[in-house]
Ligand binder design. Structure first.
Ligand SMILES: [Mg+2]
Length: 242
């Protein structure tokens, strides 16, 4: 049967919604997609980015926060903006902002089981660093389940939602876009995926960060959490009495 959003979800019954039986490569954003925003992990990263900007440019916190948001909106990530405008060393930035406390994040055996049940390959595509992705997935207990990680370094510091970066990602990992699905908590990151032919799933974390660009026809499916969506997929794929 069809995979779709919840009954109240307007995207669930939209004509042209792609089904996912054809998918052989599953591509996941990391932050606020593979773990819930309620863990406050990305909030820690956000705070450290503000501190980095404040220290770098001798700004007070509000001015640093305003600049950080401006760089994010103009360049896709705070880092890209800092590299272009202020010649920041990316390793120094990535090491600093990802040095966060993971104690608020619990292992997620249900997510591990559902990811393992997906047929085909699983790949992480993040605007963060490989080291950060490895730490997070080890903490969740899902690090053994991924066939590759594309990070901001292997993306040549060209962040999502760049179409060129997305094409590079597909080439680097030999992904056939018409046999792939992409999950991200930011609707605008789903746009290049949609345009290149992937099925798109929005993990709606209800955060302000996820709102730039709004939502639109480039979103095929919506879910409130990755686990919830994968559970629905699993139920549809697995024969059960009923
Ligand atoms: Mg994210």
């Amino acid at each position: 049967m069809a995979i779709s959003g919840s009954i109240s979800d307007p995207t669930s019954t939209r004509p042209g919604t792609k089904m996912l039986g054809h998918v052989e490569t599953w591509v996941f954003d990391l932050d606020n997609t593979l773990y819930p925003a309620s863990s406050q992990l990305f909030a820690q990263i956000d705070t450290r980015m503000t501190t980095f900007v404040a220290d770098l440019l001798s700004l007070d916190r509000q001015a640093a926060k305003d600049l950080q948001k401006q760089l994010f909106h103009e360049h896709g990530t705070t880092l890209s903006g800092l590299m272009r405008s202020h010649s920041v060393n990316p390793d120094a930035f990535l090491g600093y902002v990802h040095d966060i406390d993971l104690s608020g994040l619990d292992p997620d055996p249900q997510l591990a089981r559902l990811l393992a049940a997906l047929p085909g390959r699983r790949i992480i595509y993040t605007n963060g660093s490989v080291g950060h992705a490895e730490r997070i997935t080890a903490r969740l207990g899902i690090d053994h389940l991924f066939h590759g990680i594309q990070d901001i370094v292997s993306s040549a510091f060209d962040p999502k939602p760049s179409h060129a970066a997305f094409r590079r990602f597909l080439d680097d990992h030999d992904v056939a876009p018409d046999q792939a699905a992409f999950f991200d908590d930011m609707p605008h990151n789903l746009l290049p995926a949609h345009d290149l032919g992937l099925a798109t799933i929005w993990i709606d974390q209800k955060s302000d960060w996820s709102r730039p660009g709004g939502i639109g026809d480039h979103i095929h499916h919506r879910a409130e959490s990755l686990t919830e969506f994968l559970h629905r997929l699993d139920m549809d794929r697995t024969p059960h009495d009923g």
